[in-house]
Design a protein around this ligand. Structure first.
Ligand SMILES: [Zn+2]
Length: 347
């Protein structure tokens, strides 16, 4: 990975971008790719669609989602405590005592999701499965009026956690899902700048994936590519409590994952594997027996049907405030997609 791409990845990992409020990540993406790709536009939903014209008439679309799971302020009580709804699939049992960032109209407001001290918890409450209404955000205000001077109903919230580098170039962050995909698009943009390709390439940073791949649906219908390849994370199974027998053998650092199943076009998968083998790029395989919970699901059924692929980056602890990925897997995805586009240009 180039230093500039690495710096970009860290920047977007630290940005706040819950579904429906992806402007921060989209604008960082636009800033980064502008030197590398000529055409960039933002559609009505907020998808960023960057394109590079080729010499032929086929269109290949690569897509990764810019949004992340988060919270939305729903109610403010008389003492100024904030109640919330979840945006996307959050595990509420992980939320107590987390610091959060509320994206208020007049700036960011920091708070903490409150929690009764263990000393005062009855035995019954210790193992309770928490719901959003059991929890609240404390921003330190005295009453409702003071709270309303800082936040509004409908403001979105992200979890605060430090991005850090672990051993073996593993990265820990709140939003590797799917900022690694955005970084992969950016890496491909860098690599194809100097290339004359036989296909039109579309790089799409999509919005609202975590709430139903809604941006993917709109962008794919607008582009109607001959092929669409989504890039997302998948569950690594190389840590305690995970079962390779149940969920496949997926390791961090083992290379990009090529999933197989009805959501993925067989010819695209064969071509991805051939390209990886020819170029010595490590990859892993995964079986997904139904529609995937990614943008690929909506790409495939856009228009009159789109030949669809999916590349995944192994991720530990998905949808928690501390997801882990390996930089090496990101590198293998960037290399594979770059070589895939070169190959597609030759055929
Ligand atoms: Zn995702």
């Amino acid at each position: 990975m180039t230093q500039s791409l690495n710096d970009f990845l860290i920047r977007i990992l630290n940005a706040h971008s819950p579904s429906g409020s992806e402007e921060n990540v989209i604008s960082l993406f636009v800033d980064f790719i502008t030197p590398y790709i000529s055409e960039i536009r933002i559609d009505a939903l907020g998808n960023c669609i960057a394109s590079k014209k080729g010499t032929g008439n086929r269109k290949i679309m690569l897509m990764a989602h810019a949004d992340e799971i988060g919270l939305m302020i729903n109610y403010i009580d008389d003492r100024g405590f904030l109640y919330f709804k979840c945006i996307g699939g959050l595990d509420c049992n992980l939320l107590p005592s987390r610091q959060v960032s509320i994206l208020g109209e007049n700036g960011t407001v920091t708070g903490v999701i409150g929690k009764k001290p263990i000393h005062l918890m009855g035995q019954d409450n210790l193992n309770k499965s928490l719901q959003p209404e059991d929890l609240w955000i404390d921003i330190g205000v005295k009453d409702k009026a003071e709270a309303e001077s800082l936040v509004n109903i409908g403001d979105v919230v992200t979890l605060l956690s430090n991005t850090n580098i672990l051993a073996n170039d593993y990265i820990i962050s709140k939003s590797t899902d799917d900022r690694v995909g955005i970084a992969i698009l950016a890496g491909v943009a860098q690599n194809i700048k100097q290339l004359s390709l036989g296909v039109d390439v579309f790089l799409v940073a999509s919005v609202q994936e975590e709430i139903g791949a809604r941006g993917a649906q709109v962008a794919t219908n607008a582009i109607l590519p001959d092929e669409g390849i989504a890039i997302d994370v998948t569950h690594a199974t190389d840590y305690p409590t995970m079962s390779p027998i149940k969920d496949g053998d997926i390791s961090l650092g083992g290379g990009v994952v090529i999933p197989f199943g009805p959501n993925m076009n067989k010819c695209i998968n064969i071509s991805l594997m051939d390209t990886a083998k020819t170029n010595g790029i490590p990859f892993q395989k995964e079986a997904i027996a139904g529609p995937t919970p990614t943008d690929a699901r909506m790409i495939q059924i856009a228009g009159a049907g789109i030949r669809t692929g999916l590349l995944s980056i192994p991720c530990r602890y998905m949808h928690t405030p501390n997801e882990i990925i390996s930089v090496h897997d990101v590198d293998s995805a960037v290399s594979l997609l770059t070589e895939y586009l070169k190959n597609a240009s030759a055929t």
